[in-house]
Write a protein that binds this ligand. Structure first.
Ligand code: 3HC
Length: 286
């Protein structure tokens, strides 16, 4: 089946990544069912989509009428079966916990149509292992989006050991339809993006522990010295300290010492300093 035949997408998870993926699919004219386990999460996801659409309207890159049409293309449910039963593509964007992913893909295998492309938005976990929870691993791929999804141009398509060429081609073509620039990478811990991004974040936190410079100056070093749009500590606040810690734990277990999570990061997560979403990380967000 060709990418243009993807007309119905189910997005599992209405969090930062899930609502972003739902929004870009709807902006590409595709019908979306966004699923989360509870109504408040769905309401928060829809509110975030409204906020992002309002930015496009304010900049006049989208008319209010088109924004309303985008919004009308997103429906929500708490039922996984209802969400996926007519889907041509399912994008899973639930928390980065392998046991949860496996359980979800087993359920997808029971409820999604045979032709559906099943994608995980995992940042670093094994796509091959997730695919093995289904009876159709050839139709399972990684589709790794970046935050904020409506703005970031990259789509990292991850080829699991048993992903078919057709599945990779469909994911890539659909990414282009969303206005993204896809790259295809082998399923290896951290892929091409998280492996490099995390090492920078890890090292910045170690530098903070060693008193090399203040958070603002460490960030400024990369923003002005290397032209990164945002320094590694500010970016960790955007992504979430808990999210980055769980990716680090996984890469430490899979790839070794260079990914050992800094003690300061663990302490901050234990204290509930999770970054922007909790109001405080390396910076405060009043
Ligand atoms: N929806 C719509 N538009 C948005 C938006 C959103 N959610 N967020 C930002 N924008 C738009 C703004 O309207 C603005 O548009 P304009 O330039 O046309 O006026 C533009 O993006 C820039 O936004 P701001 O002026 O508010 O702020 P910045 O110039 O600082 O840009 C940023 C914000 C785009 C977040 C930029 O700082 C950036 O690119 N940071 C790095 C982000 C990054 O590295 N993300 C990857 C994280 S890792 C990840 O997601 C992987 C996962 O597995 C963890």
């Amino acid at each position: 089946m060709e990418a243009e035949k993807i007309e119905r997408v189910a997005v599992l998870g209405a969090g930062t990544m899930g609502h972003g993926v739902a929004q870009v699919c709807a902006m590409a004219g595709v019908g979306v069912v966004m699923r989360d386990v509870a109504e408040p999460a769905l309401e928060a996801g829809l509110a975030a989509i409204d906020k992002s659409l309002a930015r496009f309207v304010k900049k006049q890159t989208l008319s209010q009428e088109d924004a309303d049409a985008v919004r009308a293309r997103v429906v929500t449910t708490t039922s996984l079966e209802d969400a996926v039963q007519d889907a041509d593509l399912v994008v899973e964007a639930i928390p980065e916990i392998m046991a949860l992913k496996l359980e979800t893909f087993e359920a997808l295998d029971r409820s999604a149509p045979d032709h559906a492309l099943l994608a995980t938005n995992t940042s670093s976990l094994s796509v091959t292992e997730i695919a093995a929870a289904t009876s159709r691993p050839e139709r399972v791929v990684g589709m790794h989006f970046f935050n904020p999804v409506p703005v970031m141009k990259l789509l990292e398509v991850v080829r699991g050991l048993r992903s078919s060429d057709e599945a990779i081609a469909r994911a890539t073509a659909f990414g282009e339809r969303l206005g993204k620039q896809p790259i295809v990478v082998r399923d290896w811990p951290g892929f091409a993006t998280s492996r490099l991004g995390i090492i920078l974040g890890c090292e910045a936190i170690r530098m903070l522990e060693q008193g090399v410079a203040t958070p603002a100056d460490i960030d400024k070093a990369m923003e002005l010295g290397y032209r990164h749009p945002m320094g590694p500590l500010r970016l960790t606040d955007l992504v979430g300290l808990d999210v980055r810690l769980s990716i680090m734990e996984h890469l430490f277990a899979e790839l070794g010492e260079q990914f050992r999570p800094p003690a300061l990061l663990r302490q901050m997560v234990r204290a509930g300093k999770l970054g922007r979403k909790s109001g405080e990380g390396f910076y405060r967000y009043p």
